[in-house]
Design a protein around this ligand. Structure first.
Ligand code: NAD
Length: 274
């Protein structure tokens, strides 16, 4: 999460003053910056990549992180509408193993809505879909890093379910560019999907990773094993990013194969430096 630390965009609870921002348009006048930006989770995967982008664009960054490690597009749950546009309200089981995470994201959006309505805080909400890339930790537990780590270690890649579930994978620089475009935009009406709208099955992802790792390391190809499906794991997920394309003039540009190659390269270097 990122907060621009000028007086009109800081929520009242974060501000030194009790003055409420009454004139939303005044915050828009100086949108190009440079700004002082507070990035929470700045030591993490997305946070650190966002910090790089902000610093590269001349902004000052204050990073906040408790090194607790991580915990999304989960507001949609197991969607019954495909692909998922922002106006779809989702299909979330509120009483299940994934409920805390999914409902937490939805509650955060509700709080932002309330701050905007009651305190006139200038907000932006990004709904980030599966993102991968350098600095996503080897033990992160998400499918891309799991597959890369297994393939590099010469272990079997474990697919939960039959491999036919689909996901859309966004390379991290596409994500941070989308977040930055949203921060710089005037669009504060509601959430904006930031993701890649090309869809792949988990089987396709596994085969791509296996092929690339073998090519890049010269080792034999790893194998795939199939485990029982996870409870409440969505079978499909793909963002409808029409809104982002329209209001932010933004769209993903890094193809999956290229993004995976860069990510594998990063993991190989990390293993060397360990
Ligand atoms: N990576 C993705 O694909 C993805 C997709 C959708 C949404 N998101 C969301 O984006 C955010 C960042 O994800 P990420 O992939 O970079 O995860 P990450 O685990 O790499 O980074 C999260 C960072 O937040 C820090 N943190 C956790 N609790 C904190 C607290 N109470 N105070 C200060 N710092 C705290 C952690 O130490 C960590 O450095 C998360 O909210 C995640 O749910 C990520």
């Amino acid at each position: 999460m990122a907060f621009r630390l000028d007086s009109s965009t800081v929520p009242p609870s974060f501000s030194n003053s009790t003055r409420q921002a009454k004139d939303r348009t005044s915050s828009m006048d100086n949108k190009k910056g440079p700004f002082k930006v507070l990035v929470t989770g700045a030591a993490g995967f997305l946070g650190s990549n966002l910090v790089d982008l902000l610093l590269g664009n001349g902004h000052t960054v204050i990073g906040l992180d408790n090194f607790q490690s991580g915990l999304s597009k989960k507001v949609y749950g197991d969607p019954s509408v495909h692909p998922q546009p922002e106006h779809y309200w989702g299909n979330v089981n509120p009483f299940g193993p994934r409920a805390c995470y999914d409902e937490g994201k939805r509650a955060a959006e509700a709080l932002f809505y309330a701050y905007r309505e009651q305190h006139d805080v200038d907000i932006r909400i990004a709904r980030i879909f599966n993102t991968y890339g350098p600095r996503m930790g080897a033990s992160d537990g998400r499918v891309v890093s799991n597959f890369i780590v297994s393939a590099l270690a010469g272990e079997d890649l474990k697919i939960t379910g039959d491999g036919k579930a689909t996901r859309s994978f966004q390379y991290v620089t596409d994500c941070t560019q989308g977040l930055y475009a949203l921060m710089q935009s005037d669009y504060s009406k509601g959430p904006v999907n930031i993701g890649n709208d090309r869809e792949f099955t988990i089987q396709q992802l596994a085969e791509l990773v296996i092929g690339l790792v073998s090519q890049m390391t010269g080792r034999c190809k790893a194998s795939i094993v199939y485990l029982p499906p996870l409870v409440d794991d969505p079978t499909v997920r793909r963002p409808d990013i029409t809104l982002a394309r329209e209001v932010l003039c933004w769209g993903p540009v890094i193809r999956l194969e290229e993004g995976l190659r860069r990510t594998i390269e990063w993991h190989i270097n990390e293993r060397r430096s360990d």
